[in-house]
Design a protein around this ligand. Structure first.
Ligand code: HPA
Length: 234
């Protein structure tokens, strides 16, 4: 048992999906996994293991932001030896070409966070997705006819940001803002594990357009299935 995840050794699969919201973890596990069991309820940050198309997969809530996802990832990688981590989340689009419900397959993540600069003693890391997972997700998204784009996102420390960071990242072609991918890719690189972020555009920040309640559920299902297919094929 680790500090924040109450699973026994062997209860977590070597492939894990990470939604930010623990209730989404439960929703995905109950909708897509065969015989899901809940292995942790610590802080209500639920985690489930079951099987998808005959392969063991876990779904673990990550919470919001780099500090939260970092502690769960540390324990998944170090204490439970997880090999593949796929974030399924939402983001706000900052390029005109993107519409709510589009998928962003994040190839890299910029950030305003100081975590990596501290870890690398002032150097800038360019944290990247695992190419095998990314290429698998692209193939699956094409086959399923899902509207998707591959590009960079920015992982922000503040949802309610008061700076001009959005304009700067927009100028440099960043597709969307969220809060976790930089931490996911950086920790995966350090621990030599494979990671990918699959993000649904929930808001078009430039126009204020938002995903409808109905589309929210449908898009989560599409994204979860794409992530599960990627997790078991890679
Ligand atoms: N900022 C950060 N994270 C987000 C946003 C945003 O605008 N939208 C969805 N997740």
């Amino acid at each position: 048992m680790s500090l924040h995840i109450g699973a026994e050794n062997g209860e977590i699969a070597d492939r894990v999906l990470l939604p930010g919201d623990p209730l989404r973890a439960e929703w995905i596990a109950k909708k897509f996994l065969k015989d899901p069991i809940c292995y942790s309820r610590i802080r209500n940050m639920f985690g489930f293991t079951g099987s998808f198309r005959g392969q063991r997969v876990s779904i673990q809530g990550s919470g919001m932001g780099a500090p939260s996802i970092s502690l769960y990832l540390h324990e998944l990688f170090v204490d439970y030896n997880v090999q593949i981590a796929i974030r399924v989340g939402t983001c706000g689009a900052i390029q005109e070409s993107l519409r709510p419900r589009d998928l962003i397959l994040a190839i890299t993540a910029s950030t305003d966070s100081a975590i990596n600069r501290r870890a690398l003693n002032g150097l800038d890391l360019a944290p990247n997705a695992d190419f095998g997972l990314l290429s698998c997700a692209v193939t699956e998204a094409k086959q399923r006819g899902l509207s998707h784009v591959v590009g960079g996102v920015a992982s922000m420390d503040l949802f309610y940001d008061t700076t001009d960071a959005l304009d700067r990242f927009k100028e440099y072609g960043v597709l969307g803002l969220e809060m976790e991918t930089s931490a996911l890719y950086s920790l995966a690189l350090r621990h030599r594990r494979r990671a990918l972020s699959i993000l649904t555009v929930s808001d078009q920040i430039l126009t204020g357009e938002k995903l409808s309640a109905e589309d929210r559920e449908n898009s989560l299902a599409d994204m979860a299935e794409l992530a599960l297919m990627t997790a078991i094929s890679a």
